[in-house]
Ligand binder design. Sequence first.
Ligand code: CAA
Length: 257
Amino acid sequence: MDYTSILTEVRGRVGIVTLNRPQAMNAFNTTMVTELFDALEAFDKDENIGVLIVTGSEKAFAAGADIKEMAGASPFEMITQGRVEQWDRIRGIKKVIIAAVSGWALGGGCEFAISCDMIIASESAKFGQPEITIGVIPGAGGTQRLARLLGKNLTMEMVINNRTLTAAEALHFGLANRVVPVEGYLDTAVAFAEEIAARAPLATRMAKDAVNAAFETTLAEGLKAEKRNFYPLFSTEDQKEGMQAFIEKRKPNWKGK
Ligand code: CAA
């Protein structure tokens, strides 16, 4: 594919999308959003890929939606162009997505990172929702996903008073999985992704789906969703192999079947 605003790369079983609009701190214009989700969906279908990573530059993961592109828009244009609806495409990705975040993750950049399944942050990462400073509010899930991740009070502070979280705070509050040195942060994220890509693929998908159900529903419905994902795994070759390998004290050989 000829992308203009992202780069794609495959390392082993990890598909990497790099946001690449350095002139705009990787702000998401329409082209970059479309290319990002096209690339993620292509990696999701590719059976040689186990896990996806989205990253930016050391200085900026992404500084949010492109303010210059949307500054003059009317509500009707925003609605008909589906400016934020596109972002929901992330919900259709079945493989694990890791955000490797360094520098600014602001507005839509923060919202995208927290829409991923896990976050590896470099020591320079900063997360925030500064939309209030430009007279709007988050539109790509920030109020909802942050509230679920961080609780009400801190989310209120971020959304209403532009509180930014450092990498250390993000780790402390459970927004980031790990904080790693800036130098080599992507290599560290790839090593983490490789670990996950080496696990039983069908169980990994079912696990992601089950955990996500926790954010959508009641406990009773969530427990049903978990069982719906648990039982069918007993029809897979990988379940037989995994349990047999445990009994025989050897490493399992996953087939993804
Ligand atoms: N949109 C468009 N252009 C942007 C941008 C954005 N979100 N963020 C940065 N840029 C551009 C700047 O305009 C600047 O371009 P010029 O050189 O042509 O002037 C270039 O990127 C470099 O930026 P700065 O000079 O501002 O760099 P800095 O190091 O001084 O500051 C920053 C970096 C703190 C990230 C700052 O650029 C900033 O605050 N950006 C805006 C952040 C923001 O408000 N994001 C929310 C957007 S709305 C949104 O995301 C809605 C939603 O929910 C989907």
